[in-house]
Design a protein around this ligand. Sequence first.
Ligand code: SF4
Ligand code: SF4
Length: 135
Amino acid sequence: MPIIISENTVDSDFINKVEEISGQPFHKCMQCGTCSGSCPMIEKMVLTPRSVLQMTNFGMKEKVSEANTVWLCASCHTCLVRCPRGLDLPKIMEAIRLLTLRKNQNYIEPFEIEKERIAELPPIALVSCFRKHTA
Ligand code: SF4
Ligand code: SF4
């Protein structure tokens, strides 16, 4: 799918904030796709990790923020180990998540999860999920 960029889609404040929070020079990404090819969550992601890097470089805040990719990232660090540019993609994913959470917007609402479902899930998974997905 081609990425359409216009002046209206480029949010330079978003680019600067992601770079500041993550501490990663993500403009060095050469779009090789190794991260996407290595990611264990790729089948569930709307945008690939490579696309998130590309769109973040283009300041496409809305598209990146609306996709589930940064929320599904398991922070497994496989992409970090394999990236030929040494980019810490999990930190970039975290920075993008933080920009939403800092606005007090949750990705999931704990009180909306069915009680039966909570009873089935391991407590450590729930705690980890709430820490990552709620403000
Ligand atoms: S592996 Fe690194 S350089 Fe390659 S697309 Fe992913 S982030 Fe960019
Ligand atoms: S850290 Fe996230 S993006 Fe990178 S390979 Fe693991 S799940 Fe995929």
